[in-house]
Design a protein around this ligand. Structure first.
Ligand code: AMP
Ligand code: GLY
Length: 424
């Protein structure tokens, strides 16, 4: 099998690493990749949203399977363009990627499918939206409808804050969704889907804020652990039955079946799991945690998803737990300081169970330096969460990255979601 991975983060390094272990693989490329993906794949100078160039490369090089990482690639229609060229792509069409690309679309699907989720309303008019906020009171959640690069959600503690968010997120000609604020523990549940069948791909807890104890601005994710201790097998089964499978059935009923990885952000409330949002891809750094725990052949699983054969597929997992600690460049998320040298990776990787994935790194005169906000994901797999935490932090301690910052509480329980700030 000749496989092309699309993207350049820690998630894509982990995907390349897992695919490289497959006996079915003959050759692997990554576009554009990073110095970590280059250990397993041939990196290509093609951007992740350059759909025409990706399809051209895949056609010219007899690619059997395309594995897209980021949502922007999918929302831009990579899967449709590959389908038109007769090339398998394990990701949703642009129509199905609207589950992530439009919050109001996701809410409509949830409503049509009877999925438990926060009460909501869609607004295009600021006067009406602000009146609604005043009527409902706070806490209340205001969301931009479209992809907002992590700046589109405000969990407002006061009506004034919510009204200010309405004005900012509505902008001129925009759409906002205003939601009931759910209370509880958050977890991310992943499912591999072939249009009709959804197989659980594991779950993770994501640590979104930059600061320990869930403080400071929101980021792409500063760490993750899997499995999340609060998600019992019974709650996971309930979430698959009440949230993931009904969404899949509704998408199929509408003629836009969902293929690829469906990522359900859940709030575990007193009334059971409720949907916060859908994403249409693996999370980063959740993917690093999940893939460390996957025992089955990832390539075979992704092919089965593309071919509508997940009904007969048996995905196996390791019993161990995994922890991923993100090393970010100082100044992230606002203004990351790039160019700082990174050393000690070999020593770090020698910690039993540890594995290091590159994200924003680059080579400068043969030296590895920071090239972006999130720089490395230092992961570990061990018998239980505490052992995985110890191993991951033992590895972090061996990395020499003076310009780096990280959270020391990844894998620790830090309480329920914080109300009162822009969180995504
Ligand atoms: P989203 O981009 O929709 O996942 O929202 C980002 C974050 O905002 C989530 O991870 C939650 O922490 C928070 N959030 C979003 N919607 C709600 C809600 N209805 N109630 C409480 N918190 C929410
Ligand atoms: N870590 C959250 C995400 O990938 O969306």
């Amino acid at each position: 099998m000749r496989v092309l991975v699309v993207g350049s983060g820690g998630r894509e390094h982990a995907l390349c690493w897992a695919l490289a272990a497959s006996p079915l693989l003959s050759r692997l490329w990554c576009a554009p990749g990073n110095p970590g993906t280059a250990e397993h794949a041939e990196n290509l100078p093609i951007g992740a949203t350059d759909i025409a160039a990706l399809v051209g490369f895949a056609g010219d090089n007899a690619i059997d399977l395309v594995v897209p990482g980021p949502e922007a690639t999918l929302v831009a229609g990579l899967a449709d363009a590959m389908a038109a060229a007769g090339i398998r792509c394990c990701g949703p069409s642009a129509a199905a990627a609207r589950l992530e690309g439009s919050k109001s679309f996701a809410k409509e699907i949830a409503e049509a499918a009877g999925i438990p989720t926060a009460q909501w309303q869609r607004f295009e008019d600021a006067v009406e939206a602000r009146a609604f906020v005043r009527r409902r009171g706070a806490p209340i959640v205001v969301k931009a409808d479209g992809l907002a690069g992590g700046k589109g959600v405000v969990v407002a503690a006061t009506p004034e804050e919510a009204e200010a968010a309405v004005v900012r997120l509505l902008g001129s000609g925009g759409v906002v969704v205003i939601e009931e604020c759910l209370q509880g523990e958050e977890v991310s549940l992943f499912a591999l889907c072939d249009g009709t069948t959804a197989l659980p791909l594991g779950a993770a807890r994501d640590y979104k804020r930059i600061g320990e104890g869930d403080t400071g601005p929101n980021t792409g994710g500063m760490g993750a652990c899997s499995p999340p201790p609060v998600l019992t097998p019974a709650i996971e089964a309930t979430a698959m039955e009440r949230i993931v499978r009904p969404a899949l059935a509704e998408m199929a009923r509408r003629g836009t079946p969902f293929r690829g990885v469906l990522f359900a952000g859940l709030m575990l409330t007193a009334e059971g799991p409720k949907l916060i949002e859908f994403n249409v891809r693996f999370g980063d750094p959740e993917a690093q945690c999940l893939l460390l725990r996957l025992r089955s052949d990832l390539l075979a699983a992704l092919l089965a998803a593309c071919d509508g054969e997940l009904g007969d597929f048996d995905l196996r997992w390791r019993e161990e737990a995994s922890v991923a600690v993100v090393l970010a460049a100082r100044g992230y998320p606002e203004e990351p300081l790039t160019g700082g040298p990174i050393g000690g990776r070999e020593a770090a990787a020698q910690v039993p169970g540890a594995r290091i994935f590159h994200a924003g790194t680059r080579l400068e005169d043969g030296r590895l330096v920071a090239g972006g906000g999130r720089v490395l994901t230092v992961c570990a797999l061990a018998a239980d969460l505490e052992a995985a935490r110890s191993a991951a932090y033992a590895a972090v301690a061996r990395v020499q990255f003076p310009d780096g910052v990280f959270r020391r509480d990844i894998g620790l329980h830090t309480g329920a979601a914080v109300v009162g700030a822009a969180v995504a």
